[in-house]
Design a binder for this molecule. Structure first.
Ligand SMILES: [Cu+2]
Length: 212
């Protein structure tokens, strides 16, 4: 048993050394850059923003109070979480990566890739044909019937598609986070409730692995 545990630990350390474990604490410096070198292989990915939700019911099919990850929730409160689909993206070192992120669920989101300079602030809004039709700067919400009335820089609204572009410079696994729907704890842990116990419909995260 000890031998097996030791073997697993050794293999884990070797993999971490080879691939790196990028998080807020130890993301490789310059791991991803917002601009691509000319001639870098281009990889396009379509990413959907979706939502899982339910209103938990009792055995008589009536909405009932419940517990979510240790947090008490009242009857009729919606248990929900936003998600990127796909939530795992694997690229190679040197690739120029284009993520076309389309918001179907949730009135607004943003994206930042932890430990890097890459995020949706100032990113292009593109139409169905890929043509640039705007930029993610602070602006009025194009959905007048939904809150909030104003969007901050980097936030995109339901029905919008944004282009997040970066070059993968250093191997590792990077967390792509929507800060609207994620609370980041003091040790970098991702949580679905903020420090006051308010549900954030998350955490909303995807993982980008850069292979050597
Ligand atoms: Cu979000």
């Amino acid at each position: 048993m000890f031998k097996q545990t030791l073997l697993v630990a050794v293999i884990g350390a070797a993999l971490a050394a080879v691939y790196g474990t990028a998080s807020a604490q130890n993301a490789p410096k310059g791991g991803l850059s917002a601009k691509c070198a000319s001639g870098a292989p281009v990889r396009d990915y379509l990413v959907t923003v979706g939502e899982w939700d339910t209103v938990p019911k009792d055995r008589n099919k009536k909405p009932a109070a419940y517990t979510d990850r240790g947090m008490a929730r009242a009857a009729n409160s919606k248990l929900e979480r936003y998600a990127f689909d796909p939530s795992v993206i694997i690229v190679k070192r040197g690739d120029c990566v284009n993520l076309q992120i389309h918001d179907l669920k949730g009135d607004h989101h943003n994206v930042t890739i932890e430990g890097t300079e890459v995020g949706t602030e100032g990113a292009a809004i593109i139409d169905d044909a890929g043509k640039v039709v705007g930029k993610l700067v602070a602006r009025a919400n194009p959905n007048p019937y939904e809150d909030p009335a104003k969007l901050k820089a980097g936030e995109f609204a339901r029905g919008e598609q944004v282009l997040l572009k970066f070059q993968a410079n250093q191997p590792g696994t990077y967390r792509m986070i929507c800060e609207v729907h994620t609370f980041v704890g003091p040790k970098g842990e991702l949580r679905g409730y903020d420090d006051k116990g308010k549900p954030m419909q998350g955490p909303m995260v995807a993982y980008i692995t850069v292979l050597p």
